[in-house]
Design a binder for this molecule. Structure first.
Ligand SMILES: Cc1cc2nc3c(=O)[nH]c(=O)nc-3n(C[C@H](O)[C@H](O)[C@H](O)COP(=O)(O)OP(=O)(O)OC[C@H]3O[C@@H](n4cnc5c(N)ncnc54)[C@H](O)[C@@H]3O)c2cc1C
Length: 486
């Protein structure tokens, strides 16, 4: 499914089965936040969800929210973050950043953190100082992006901004969704479950005024007096859309999400004239750390050259690996730091071999003669002084690689299991209004969460938490705005 569904005209609808001020399509984190805020702003809200309950990918997630600007957890951990520092970082690190979207998110983050806590999403006042991909403890705060990576660490004062919900295990997002869905139940939000939205309805002026949904084998129609909010998640379960926008992800990669993350919201929006953006944006990760000592190794491509600072966020490293010739790369280690990568779910586990000399390793990896010897020679010469003038890896992760024997892991794209989520989607402005291909707002239509292209649009600028953080934040924005429309 790559083509937008038909668009329906209000005049064609003979009978509306239901009506509300605001209709929210999809009840993951963006939809739940949108619905709560719209109802509190005085709107009569109807949520239409394809599954038998709310939750979506959000309920499967690790529960890391990227938030900053001076949250209570950051303050408790002794970090002085500001909205401006967060903005400067996200703008500098962004591949195609939208200044207004990022400004709105950064300025609203502290209030949003307080709101999440007030809704019953618990965050411990605790901090993990190390470098990890995710935590299985209840520890909250961790650096989850490229804040300490050059040049960003010189542009904006680094601060940890990954806030993990206080539940043990890999699935802390379930606790966030339990809390938000409990609030939705308390608020007696009207919901239709097992109901798939299959088309939007517009009036003669092109304003979105309702939806068609399929429930128990029957087509039904619901009218929206003020607006429709799309919050159906990403599109990584739609093989045809993947083939069109990121065909390389169809091989050995694993999409992260629920089966209904099939891009429906994106296609529904397009049927009403919406533009899409960053559709090839993907966060695909196969982390070679932990253990963090592996960051002291170097990554080289088939030319024997380094291409990314090894202390980058794993998603940024993965994005650079996929750009190398043949999508191939090796992690080079000496015996002082050798260890097997620990993560088994998304991993680079192919140990190529061990060698007594760099020359033998170069031949064993079939790298151009002299290339690895030159690369390591340069690296080691500067590493003696704790420096990396080529890629500016942080001194914390620099040591000369001189302790034979040497080893290499094959971290090539086809030798790793990449878990991924899509980052592209409907073009929206900072108010979550959907923007049309003609540049004008599509009246009556809003989008939030992974069906919209939002703060992060590329693996190089992703940080863990940049889905749940902006998804929940802009879900609320959409709910308030739609409630006030009309
Ligand atoms: C294992 C895992 C770990 C992750 N960890 C993190 C993390 O720690 N931090 C982070 O920021 N991100 C994380 N992510 C990504 C993040 O969970 C998602 O990007 C985010 O939850 C998307 O939220 P959403 O509300 O946009 O979509 P979802 O939560 O997927 O909700 C969309 C809802 O829309 C419904 N729907 C779809 N189509 C229709 C239709 N046509 N009609 C009606 N309903 C429809 C779906 O059934 C679903 O319930 C993780 C993802 C996974 C799977």
């Amino acid at each position: 499914m790559t083509q937008p569904p038909e668009i329906l005209r209000a005049a064609q609808i003979e009978r509306w089965n239901d009506e509300a001020d605001v209709i929210v399509v999809g009840m993951g984190i963006a939809g739940a936040c949108a619905a709560l805020e719209a109802q509190r702003a005085g709107a009569d809200v109807l949520v239409i969800e394809r599954a038998s309950a709310g939750g979506g990918a959000s309920a499967l997630s690790s529960g890391i929210f990227y938030l900053g600007g001076g949250t209570a957890v950051q303050q408790a951990a002794g970090y002085e973050d500001t909205p401006q520092a967060m903005y400067d970082f996200l703008m500098a690190n962004g591949v195609s950043p939208d200044a207004e979207i990022i400004r709105a998110f950064c300025d609203g983050c502290v209030e949003h953190f307080d709101w999440l806590e007030a809704e019953g999403v618990p965050f411990e006042r605790s901090y993990f100082p190390g470098k990890a991909v995710f935590l299985t403890t209840t520890t909250c705060l961790m650096s989850t992006g490229n804040e300490k990576v050059w040049p960003y660490r010189e542009i904006a004062k680094p601060a940890p901004r990954g806030h993990k919900v206080a539940r043990e295990g890999e699935n802390a997002g379930s606790l966030a969704m339990e809390a938000l869905l409990a609030r939705c139940a308390e608020a007696k939000l009207r919901t239709h479950f097992d109901s798939q939205v299959t088309a939007l309805v517009i009036d003669d002026d092109g304003r979105v005024v309702g939806v068609r949904y399929r429930k128990t084998g029957e087509d039904r129609f619901a009218r929206a007096a003020r607006g429709v909010i799309l919050s159906t998640g990403g599109y990584n379960m739609n093989k045809e859309l993947l083939a069109a926008h990121m065909p390389h992800m169809l091989g050995n990669s694993e999409p992260l999400g629920v089966p209904y993350n099939d891009g429906a919201g994106i296609l529904l929006g397009q049927s009403a004239g919406a533009a899409t953006q960053s559709m090839s944006g993907v966060i695909a990760t196969a982390s070679f750390y932990p253990p963090s000592q592996l960051i002291k190794g170097i990554l080289v491509n088939t030319r024997g050259e380094r291409f990314v600072a090894e202390d980058s966020y794993h998603g940024r490293t993965a994005a650079f690996i996929t750009e190398q010739p043949g999508r191939k790369a090796y992690l080079i280690l000496d015996s002082e730091i050798f260890a097997y990568p620990e993560l088994t779910d998304f991993s680079h586990h192919t140990l190529v071999d061990g060698w007594e000399t760099i020359e033998e390793m170069e031949a064993g990896l079939a790298l151009p003669p002299g290339s690895l010897q030159r690369t390591l020679g340069d690296y080691n010469r500067h590493a003696e002084n704790g420096e990396d003038p080529l890629l500016h890896k942080h001194p914390e992760w620099i040591k000369p690689l001189t302790a034979a024997p040497y080893a290499a892991f094959d971290v090539s794209f086809n030798k790793s299991v990449y878990l991924f989520i899509t980052l592209g989607g409907l073009k929206t402005n900072a108010r979550t209004e959907v923007v049309g291909v003609d540049g004008a707002v599509v009246p009556g239509l809003y989008a939030a969460g992974a069906c919209a292209s939002s703060v992060s649009r590329d693996g190089k600028d992703y940080a863990s938490g940049l889905s749940l953080g902006p998804g929940s934040f802009f879900g609320r924005v959409a709910g308030r705005l739609a409630a006030s429309a009309g």
